[in-house]
Ligand binder design. Structure first.
Ligand code: GLU
Length: 508
């Protein structure tokens, strides 16, 4: 089995295309096949090297590696269409010689006028066939006089084209509705339908798995395979990924590119797992729709083991960011905390907290990470959950009228004073020592439950709400004695916090 992913480097990698890449990857890896990456850059005006580099980076980030491609080479290269122009030219000559193609001298303006009048008269806007009847001699004479023709494929008249689509079953087209397509433009560049056939044939692709937006191209391609004497591959057209309003997922629905989802703090394994569930399910035959069921949360290799094209649904899948967030939460919780801490660093920078952790700094961040990963959907929400480590200002906390009124009551005031006294001589707190200190404050003040822990929370975290104290307190004190070289901003410890809070409370 040889499959390919063939992006055009004209923009970002859309999640719909990433899903096409993933399905090809799953198919290849599940069957011991070969995955080819081919860059379709014949649209010279819109293709850029930056876009190609970004697509490769995003595919790698997702973990979708390929066996043959522009960067890794392979026996059927080159893998950029712009480097294969001589191949297209020679196959176009072959088609011309066999009468399957002809030169077309129609100008863009002429074609446009024809199209407009066809539309005005309610006829299909297909090529009228003006140059179809030119003899080769007539064409050669016009070329000799300096005209630059395009080359068109001569679509056989009055034929049914049928191909079997692995996802959609038999697909049938009448050739009468297909105008003769341009296969090589006047500037010498091949058109998509032609280049793709030459490439898929020469690269010995066995299964073409791509978006359904290409299904109307496939009959032209099948006819080209025939004319060139190549055997067509199996085709599988995947339903497009839709937005919540059931129109193709686009900018107006929000994020659409892999890069945007990465920037929002989704993990690659979560995006991959979620994309696999759009239109397919690892659960058993027939269950194609996504559901919030843990049996769908599987690593990519296991997805590949279970994947089959026959079980891909043919109805469109809706991209559901809520479900993606649910999948992401799962992977955030099970991921190695050191990795999550490393990945979180740029998100802190974006939130205005500059971290350049060394090994100790990273170890510390990782230990604090469970305080965030138990309650966030994405990495971009981590800095806010951990802000209590780096920001501590009791005057600001008590600047809030309601907090100030609450904390000035006798009960909370006594708790905070007892806390400061207990901490004055205590070592840095881990979970057990924190519990012992809380017990001591309880014994000295007679406060318990919320009346005990709420003032402790406000005094030590500077906030009325937040993560469990059992996690937050050891994190604060774990960071308090980090050396400056650890690359973590200074963290004020619990002892200093309690003392500062008492002072602020006395004067507010
Ligand atoms: N370059 C085409 C695209 O990005 C590929 C279509 C195909 O897979 O044949 O849509």
């Amino acid at each position: 089995m040889r499959v390919r992913f063939a992006p055009s480097p004209t923009g970002h990698l859309h999640v719909g295309n990433a899903r096409t890449a993933l399905f090809n990857w799953l198919l290849a890896r599940g069957h011991g096949g070969t995955l080819i990456l081919r860059i379709e850059d014949t649209d010279v005006e819109r293709s850029t090297q930056e876009s190609e580099a970004a697509i490769l980076r995003d595919l790698r980030w997702l973990g979708l590696n390929w066996d043959e491609g522009p960067d890794v080479g392979g026996a059927r290269g080159p893998y950029r269409q712009s480097e294969r122009l001589n191949l297209y030219a020679s196959y176009a000559q072959e088609l011309l010689a066999a009468g399957h193609a002809y030169y077309c001298f129609c100008s863009i303006a002429q074609l446009d006028t024809e199209r407009q009048s066809a539309l005005a008269e309610g006829r299909p806007a297909r090529y009228a066939g003006t140059c179809r009847r030119l003899s080769r001699e007539q064409a050669d004479a016009r070329i000799a006089s300096g005209e630059r023709p395009a080359i068109r494929f001569r679509v056989p008249e009055d034929r049914d084209v049928v191909f079997e689509d692995v996802v959609r079953g038999d697909v049938r087209f009448q050739t009468d509705v297909i105008g003769d397509p341009v296969i090589v433009r006047a500037d010498g560049h091949p058109a998509y339908n032609f280049a793709v056939v030459v490439d898929d044939a020469l690269m010995e692709v066995t299964h073409v798995v791509r978006g359904e937006d290409h299904i109307s191209n496939t009959p032209r391609q099948v006819l080209l395979y025939e004319a060139l004497g190549f055997t067509p591959p199996f085709f599988a057209h995947l339903a497009l990924v839709m937005g919540p309003d059931h129109s193709p997922l686009s900018k107006r629905h929000g994020a659409t590119s892999v890069a945007e989802f990465r920037a929002k703090g989704y993990l690659p394994e979560a995006l991959v797992n979620y994309l696999a569930l759009i239109g397919w399910s690892p659960r058993g035959a027939g269950a194609a729709g996504p559901s919030d069921d843990n049996t769908e949360l599987l690593p990519i290799d296991e997805l590949a083991r279970r994947f089959s094209l026959e079980r891909v649904g043919h109805s469109a899948g809706v991209f559901d960011e809520e479900k993606l967030a649910w999948v992401n939460r799962h992977y955030l919780k099970i991921a190695d905390p050191i990795r999550i801490a490393t990945l979180a660093v740029p998100f802190f920078a974006a939130a205005g907290v500059r971290l350049s952790p060394d090994a100790r700094g990273l170890e510390f961040l990782a230990s604090a990470m469970s305080m965030a990963t138990s309650s966030v959907d994405r990495l971009d929400q981590v800095p806010a959950r951990l802000a209590l480590l780096f920001e501590y200002a009791p005057e600001t906390t008590l600047g809030d009228g309601q907090v100030r009124r609450e904390m000035r009551e006798d009960g909370p005031r006594a708790v905070v004073r007892a806390l400061a006294e207990a901490l004055a001589t205590a070592p840095r707190l881990d979970r057990e020592r924190f519990r012992a200190v809380a017990g001591e404050v309880k014994a000295r003040t007679g406060q318990k439950g919320k009346a005990l822990f709420h003032p402790i929370r406000v005094a030590l975290t500077g906030r009325a709400e937040g993560p469990e104290l059992d996690l937050a307190i050891p994190a604060i004190d774990g960071g308090a004695d980090l050396p400056a070289g650890a690359g973590i901003p200074r963290i004020v410890g619990c002892r200093e916090r309690a003392a500062a809070f008492v002072r602020a409370l006395e004067t507010c």
